[in-house]
Design a protein around this ligand. Structure first.
Ligand code: PLP
Length: 465
């Protein structure tokens, strides 16, 4: 086997990768202080299909597609080759005042998959940039169309829309917002669609009306956009109640507010369709996407807007006064094209449609465990909510949640060879989002590991039987 760059670095510095990582690498959203001599940083070195391997050669089932993004699975040399070929032909040129073939072809292809009249594609380098761009676009759109005071955005509580200051103002997770306040003004929040924990006296159909009420409360002349995920990730895969998005469309039309569907996770097959909006049959004005667009073989995102929203930017001396150096990078665009070829040639959407019932059945099969309170989600995007008492739906306290998730579950699931997310940005959940090529073999593995780890977790936490 040839010597890897990592091995050369290790040899040159006399330090192990663990030591180098602890000393120099700043990991995202990571309690770096938790890692020491007796607690290794997980270092993933290789991937193939639904599996990855760590530096010790141990294999893991990637039940999260890395971070909801390696949609076609790991190790696709053909997709990488498309990037290498493009780098030889034109390594980089910008989309600032210039175009190049791959960005043009990809924009046209994305427009072809997008719902209705969503036809104009603005490329970014990732999801936060896409959301940031969509929010700026919404503000400028209203200024161009004679409503300059419309600038606020309505989002849902616990929703994650990214980390840049504008996107963070839409993100509804207190712990992520507080360290950086004051945020960009204008972020307003309404209840999410956690139908497992509906507030007393409310029905599912009441939830969407909170959006209209909030627009009225803020003053319709101040509200630019509503941003919603088809299935909300943070909190644990909240699916929409029947008719929710159709009513959002009506509300947005009534108040002249742009409807942004944040599909950074929910597009490119995650829900069994190209876009989440297609799964739930609604028509947004704007879609934000990233992750699966390239299956994470290169960093890329996009904002896709309708002809109607693009029109004011396309006339006279007007322009969208916004951009990023690497938006539409030709290597990323070539990789996205190759990724979409895999989707077409290997019928990836069909695999998700076929596999969804079995993934659901596998997780539903865990409901006999006392700690499993709810199972929800859509496509290859599902969550199991953990409770202290199934009857009363009592959740864990903050301290108990720490003990459960960080003190046991996250580490134990990883030790048992399953990468998934044990999360408590809402109530404690375990989230699954496997590569879209996964099938019965992987689901059986997921079910087996989850059953034994959740069973032990219940006993450790003295969950009522
Ligand atoms: C719905 C949604 N929006 C935005 C983002 C931010 O994307 P990124 O991490 O690529 O900046 C994410 C990331 O997970 C997301 O799930």
């Amino acid at each position: 086997m040839s010597t890897t760059t990592a091995e050369i670095t290790v040899a040159a510095t006399g330090s192990s990768l663990q030591e180098l990582a602890r000393r120099h690498l700043w990991m995202h959203f990571t309690r770096m202080g938790a890692y020491g001599e007796d607690h290794e940083i997980p270092i993933i070195v290789r991937g193939e299909g639904c599996y990855v391997w760590d530096e010790h050669g141990k294999r893991y089932l990637d039940g999260l597609s890395a971070l909801f993004c390696v949609n076609i699975g790991h190790g696709r040399a053909d997709v990488v080759q498309a990037g290498a070929d493009q780098a030889k032909e034109l390594g980089f040129f910008t989309n600032w005042s210039y175009a190049h073939p791959r960005a043009i072809e990809l924009a046209a292809r994305v427009a072809g998959y997008a719902p209705g009249d969503l036809n104009r594609v603005f490329f970014t380098s990732g999801g936060s940039e896409a959301v940031e761009s969509a929010l700026k676009l919404a503000r400028q759109y209203h200024k161009l169309t004679g409503k300059p005071t419309k600038h606020k955005v309505i989002a849902r509580e616990i929703a994650y829309h990214g980390t840049s200051l504008g996107a963070l103002s839409a993100t509804g997770i207190t712990g992520l917002r507080q360290p950086f306040e004051p945020l960009t003004p204008g972020g307003c929040h309404v209840p999410n669609t956690n139908t497992y924990r509906l507030p007393h006296g409310q029905s599912e159909s009441d939830l969407v009306e909170k959006i209209a009420e909030r627009i009225e409360f803020e003053g319709p002349d101040t509200v630019a956009a509503v941003i919603l995920e088809p299935v909300q990730n943070a909190g644990g895969c909240f699916t929409p109640p029947e008719g929710y998005f159709q009513r959002v469309r009506e509300i947005c039309d009534e108040y002249d507010v742009l409807f942004i569907s944040d599909e950074v996770i929910c597009s490119w097959g995650r829900l069994g369709e190209w876009f989440g909006a297609q799964r739930y049959g609604y028509q947004p004005d704007v879609i934000t996407t990233a992750k699966g667009l390239t299956s994470a073989y290169a960093p890329m995102g996009a904002v896709i807007v309708s002809d109607r929203i693009a029109e004011p930017f396309m006339t006279g001396t007007n322009n969208f006064t916004h951009g990023f150096t690497f938006g539409g990078h030709p290597v990323c665009a070539a990789i996205a094209m190759a990724n979409l070829d895999v989707f077409e040639d290997e019928h990836i959407l069909d695999n998700v449609r076929r596999g969804e019932p079995l993934l659901r059945e596998t997780l539903e099969g865990l409901r006999d465990l006392p700690i499993v309170g709810d199972v929800r989600g859509a496509g290859y995007f599902m969550a199991v909510e953990l409770v202290k008492d199934k009857e009363t739906k009592e959740s864990f306290s903050h301290e108990e949640s720490e003990t459960l998730l960080r003190g046991f579950l996250s580490g134990e699931l990883y030790n048992r060879g399953l990468i998934c997310r044990a999360d408590d940005r809402g109530d404690p959940v375990v989230q699954l989002s496997p590569p879209l090529i996964a099938g019965p073999e992987q689901f059986a593995e997921i079910g087996e590991i989850l059953r034994s780890v959740l069973d032990e977790a219940g006993q450790r936490m003295h969950v009522h039987t």
